[in-house]
Design a protein around this ligand. Structure first.
Ligand SMILES: [Zn+2]
Ligand SMILES: [Zn+2]
Length: 109
């Protein structure tokens, strides 16, 4: 177990040992020092969003993003697109297309 594989892992500010999460706290295995997780967890979740910036940012601007795509329902050639990451991050994100004309929604892999 190293910090590279566990980004939530904290190091004790006192003795620099690895701290283990326990309920709301991070507890140092070596000296027993405890720090609260709540503020840290919030910070980490923000960091995670930034590190996965590609799908997240694309999702945020999706309503303004149009692309040339043929609607299977009405044959319109323009659609709004939205990238959605599935639950498993090892799978490629799914591209959702929404027809600008009839509102039909379909997806592309
Ligand atoms: Zn410690
Ligand atoms: Zn359509």
């Amino acid at each position: 177990m190293t910090s590279e594989y566990f980004p939530e892992m904290e190091f004790c500010p006192e003795c620099k040992s690895i701290m283990m999460p326990k309920d709301e706290l991070m507890i140092c295995r070596k000296c027993g020092n405890k720090i609260g997780r709540s503020s840290k967890a919030e910070f980490i979740s923000v960091q995670k969003q930034v590190s996965r910036e590609v799908p997240v940012l694309e999702g945020n601007v999706s309503l303004q993003s149009k692309t040339k795509a043929k609607c299977p329902a009405c044959g319109n050639g323009m659609a709004y697109w939205e990238m959605k990451q599935t639950r498993r991050s090892d799978e490629p994100p799914t591209l959702f297309l929404t027809c600008t004309k009839c509102g039909n929604r379909w997806r592309k892999y």
